[in-house]
Design a protein around this ligand. Structure first.
Ligand code: CMP
Length: 138
């Protein structure tokens, strides 16, 4: 069935000028853009978004990094969206991401890994709702 996932183009990829190329890869990968915005997270907002990782050793650095510059947030639609998007972006650690994946092409480290992708349908819904109201999705 057609379903949705949520993504962020992270501050490293935005500041390195990869926003257009990444959106192009996403669209060519068969995803339809349902919602899109260019915003800067505060530390508080980034901390809330990543609250599930609060007890992890990398949480503080992750929050600092995600609030270090603007990001692009989007809701994407495709059959099998969550799983297919994770295939398109590759492994969390870009050193382990398959050739041709977005993280393989545009990311430098496990923290500055170019993009976020939801890990389940349930989290895709929660994460999309975190950023977008009903009036902002089409
Ligand atoms: P993301 O898919 O956005 O979800 C959580 C993020 O935490 C992940 O991408 C990485 O950017 C980051 N992350 C995961 N593991 C580590 C780690 N070991 N060190 C630093 N950052 C990490």
């Amino acid at each position: 069935a057609t379903n949705r996932t949520f993504t962020m183009i992270k501050p490293d990829a935005v500041s390195n000028g990869f926003t257009g190329a990444i959106l192009d890869d996403i669209i060519k990968g068969g995803f339809k853009i349902v919602a899109l915005k260019y915003i800067a997270l505060t530390a508080a907002t980034a901390g809330e978004f990543y609250a599930v990782h609060k007890s992890r050793p990398f949480y503080g650095d992750l929050v600092k990094f995600m609030s270090s510059g603007p990001i692009v947030a989007a809701i994407l639609e495709k059959d099998n969206a969550v799983e297919d998007f994770r295939k398109l972006i590759g492994a969390t650690d870009p050193a382990k991401a398959d050739a041709g994946t977005i993280r393989n092409k545009y990311a430098k480290s496990i923290e500055a890994n170019a993009v976020h992708g939801s890990d389940s349908d349930e989290n895709a819904e929660i994460e999309g709702n975190f950023y977008f109201s009903a009036f902002e999705r089409f």
